[in-house]
Design a protein around this ligand. Structure first.
Ligand code: TXA
Ligand code: MG
Length: 329
């Protein structure tokens, strides 16, 4: 495995050029985006895309997001672009928003898992942008972790999870957003939220008008994203959600069962230990810390993580979704 450390705001062009060449040759390059690290491959090369699925152990029914350097390249992979897409792109690109659009035939079925749509995103991270601009190809990139594990927010997380399965890891330190992009499906009559992120529903609606929210098992008008049905984002430890006033009690109960217990709290009063993590009280600050905290608790050998329930308001939807999915781990 090869790992290069880069200045996150001013990446070395020589390293970027080497990474871009690897991508053009069909190899795998892990790179930082503002959300999480991605495992990149040439989106127009089916053999390269196949390597992603093998490296991650990812089921073939879960489609990949295609990353582009500039909104003007969206039509290289999508065959329809309407006024709503234009407004959303202007408002949120570059940034943590993935738009699902009708796909062009040039995009291999392996990228879209056989769907007639493709997820497209223009990331905001300077390293991602430099890499995409140098490679001059659309880059398919899921989160750079083994399938079902917690997504990586540092180069070390990528190395720990994928190691030798990647040709090159570009490490630019921790990511700023910390959870995966908001995924919005624009292929139907009503825009549909497939995966909540840090861009909230009210923010999306202020630009796109009313949107539907896909729920698991819902009907055709709000069909879930294929990959969202699985256990996902799960740490090795068992995760238990508790109201603030019950966190201390739950921690004690688990300790009495001789478990190594970690905790993630916002306001709950709890004696401070190395495995008690106090999080920011705002959703964006919390999201930025969440995965690094789950990785740290896993590394410290916790069997159980007691997590204080987060607020139910719109801006917490992305964090609440990831915590709920992590519970099934
Ligand atoms: O922030 C992110 O989105 C990160 C960074 C690397 O960009 N990527 C990421 O990729 O989280 P991944 O593969 O872990 O998640 C992609 C999500 C899945 O839930 C998948 O089902 C959905 O996007 N998706 C991709 N293409 C789709 C499509 N054509 N239709 C519906 N859902 C799609
Ligand atoms: Mg993922």
């Amino acid at each position: 495995m090869s790992l290069e450390r880069l200045d996150p705001t001013n990446p070395d062009p020589v390293v970027i050029a080497r990474a871009a060449t690897l991508l053009r040759e069909g190899r795998l390059v892990a790179f930082p985006t503002e959300t999480v690290y991605g495992l990149g491959a040439n989106a127009l090369d089916p053999a390269a895309v196949e390597r992603i699925y093998v490296a991650k152990g990812r089921p073939a029914y879960n489609p990949l997001i295609v990353h582009i350097a500039d909104p003007s390249q969206a039509m290289d992979v999508a065959r329809a672009w309407n006024d709503r897409a234009e407004r959303l792109a202007r408002a949120f690109w570059p940034g943590p928003l993935t738009l699902v659009l009708p796909k062009r035939p040039e995009v291999p079925d392996s990228v879209t898992a056989g769907l007639d749509t493709v997820g497209v995103r223009v990331p905001r991270h300077p390293v991602a942008h430099a890499l995409l601009a140098a490679a001059k190809i659309p880059v398919a990139a899921p989160s750079a972790n083994r399938s079902t594990q917690v997504s990586p927010t540092t180069g070390d997380h990528v190395a720990k999870s994928l190691g030798d399965a990647v040709d090159l890891i570009l490490d630019a330190g921790p990511t700023a957003v910390g959870i995966e992009s908001t995924v919005l499906d624009l292929s139907g009559a009503t825009p549909t939220l497939l995966r909540p992120g840090t861009i909230s529903v009210p923010e999306l609606e202020s630009i796109a008008g009313p949107i539907a929210i896909a729920t698991e098992g819902s009907g055709e008008s709000a069909r879930p994203s294929p990959g969202m049905l699985d256990k996902h984002y799960a740490p090795r430890a068992r995760l238990v959600l508790a109201d603030a006033r019950d966190v201390g009690l739950r921690v004690e109960q688990e300790r009495r069962r001789a478990r190594t217990v970690g905790a993630i709290v916002i306001s709950a009063t709890l004696q401070s230990t190395p495995t008690v993590f106090r999080m920011p009280g705002d959703a964006r600050g919390y999201a930025a810390r969440l995965y690094d905290t789950l990785h740290a608790l896993d590394d410290s050998g916790c069997d159980v993580i007691v997590v204080e329930r987060v607020p139910e308001s719109a801006e917490w939807l992305g964090v609440a979704d990831r915590l709920r999915r992590a519970q099934s781990g």
